[in-house]
Design a protein around this ligand. Structure first.
Ligand code: PGA
Ligand code: ZN
Length: 427
């Protein structure tokens, strides 16, 4: 038995940032090292994602995880005991084969991703190596540019605004530490603006202000004003970014704009989004069209790829095959990389590597349902993703990740390289 073999393992039900049950897995190796990870959960999901196993029924709004916990205890743990934790592909392959379904629905993406991430934590601890360094496998680390939510909407704010995330991207900063300082000023300015207009309802699921505006343009204007009021240049320092999450308001062939009480055809919606990209300093735009509409994605990418980064989240669901299709047909220019969409770390890496190899941008991302788990900060640095999306600049499940990035940056000292504008083709 090697010192990095899995000696014992347990699962426990813990709670996520929406107050819903989720799964934590804790793994102990023969040498005594311990690794632990918690599964996150999405609300605006793509069709091909790994599927969480939820109990349904009345308890906890149907979000219970007792079935997933039982699968963990009765099937996953017995099979993994004794396997080498530092052979992630072997462990993940075992997990995927054990589940036996394409979307990991039998044992649940929630049970599998918590297990897969905990294995990596245990292996890194067992080798007495920082997690980011274990993920880097000897390659140079890179401190990513954060993409930080200021206003939340869409499925994360009861549909009060159609677009889901209004974010800022401080690509012009010289370090992550400075990037967060810039965003703190913008967040303050945005809070003032919303309060002065009496538009604040509260906070959305990822912690951003949840304002009520009369139109999407008002929200875009407010975001731009906040950047400028805080003293930053949106062209060279802090860009705007929007996650349209268009799946969420596409119904029966139309885009239904709730705030404005309008239904737009695909062509009208295309013109609307194109108009925004032309008239605002939008550095990144995510899921501008519903995930099945490859034609609009392709046309949009041809037209705007030099002006803005076009990010596929629901379009790609961190799936290598979808990434390869998108590369072949040119339907986006960046992958939003969410480990729990893939279900295992190995599947995540396969999608990530395919995107990187083709020159796509890569943004390691959290979910709207999160926890204190900071694995993705290490993943972003170790895999040199260059970009990192975690939600807003409030709430501890978000701040835990931003703060962990500060610690990593500090620990790297002179070796810390901030990705900066190059990831957006800007310097
Ligand atoms: P989700 O939202 O975690 O609810 O899917 C995040 C996103 O769409 O990027
Ligand atoms: Zn998204």
């Amino acid at each position: 038995m090697s010192h990095l073999d899995i000696a014992s393992m347990e699962g426990r039900q813990v709670w996520d940032s929406r107050g819903r049950p989720t799964i934590e897995v804790e793994i102990r190796l023969s040498n005594g090292a311990v690794g632990r990870a918690i599964a996150p959960a999405g609300a605006s999901t793509g069709a091909g994602e790994a599927l969480d196993l939820r109990d349904g029924g009345a308890a906890f709004g149907g979000y219970g995880v007792s079935e997933a916990m039982a699968g963990l205890r009765n099937e996953i743990i017995p099979v993994l005991i004794g396997l080498p934790a530092d052979q992630q592909e072997l462990v993940d392959g075992t997990l995927e084969a054990l589940d036996g379904t394409p979307q990991l629905s039998r044992l649940g993406g929630n049970a599998l991703i918590a297990t897969s991430l905990a294995i990596a934590h245990a292996a890194a601890a067992g080798r007495d190596e920082p997690l980011w360094s274990y993920f880097a496998m000897g390659d140079a680390p890179l401190i990513p540019v954060p993409e930080i939510q200021i206003f939340g909407g869409g499925a994360h704010a009861a549909g009060a605004m159609d677009l889901q995330d209004f974010m800022v991207v401080p690509f012009g900063a010289s370090s992550f530490r400075e990037a967060l300082e810039w965003v703190a000023e913008i967040y303050l300015a945005a809070g003032d603006l919303v309060a002065r207009r009496g538009a604040s309802v509260g906070v959305a699921d990822e912690g951003g202000y949840w304002p009520v505006f009369d139109s999407n343009e008002q929200a875009l204007d407010a975001l731009l004003t906040s950047i400028e009021k805080a003293g930053f240049d949106p062209e060279t320092q802090v860009g705007m970014s929007i996650d349209v999450a268009a799946n969420q308001f596409f119904r029966d062939g139309s885009y239904i704009l709730k705030a404005e009480g309008r239904a737009l055809s695909t062509e009208e919606w295309y013109d609307q989004v194109a108009g925004w990209v032309r008239s605002y300093p939008i550095a990144m735009i995510e899921d501008p069209f519903t995930e099945d509409d490859h034609t609009s994605h392709q046309k949009f990418t041809v037209e705007f790829k030099d002006r803005t980064q076009i990010v596929g989240d629901d379009l790609l669901v961190t799936n290598r095959v979808n990434v390869e299709t998108a590369i072949a047909d040119g339907s986006c220019t960046a992958l939003l990389c969410k480990p729990n969409q893939a279900g295992t770390l190995t599947r995540t890496k396969n999608a990530f590597d395919a995107a990187k190899a083709a020159g796509l941008g890569t943004i390691v991302s959290a979910r709207s349902g999160e926890s204190e788990d900071t694995t993705i900060a290490h993943l972003s640095v170790g895999w040199a993703s260059g970009q990192f999306k975690v939600g807003s600049f409030t709430r501890s499940e978000r701040m835990a990740k931003w703060n962990e990035m500060l610690r990593i940056e500090e620990s790297l000292g002179a070796r810390a390289k901030y990705a900066g504008g190059s990831v957006l083709g800007r310097n």
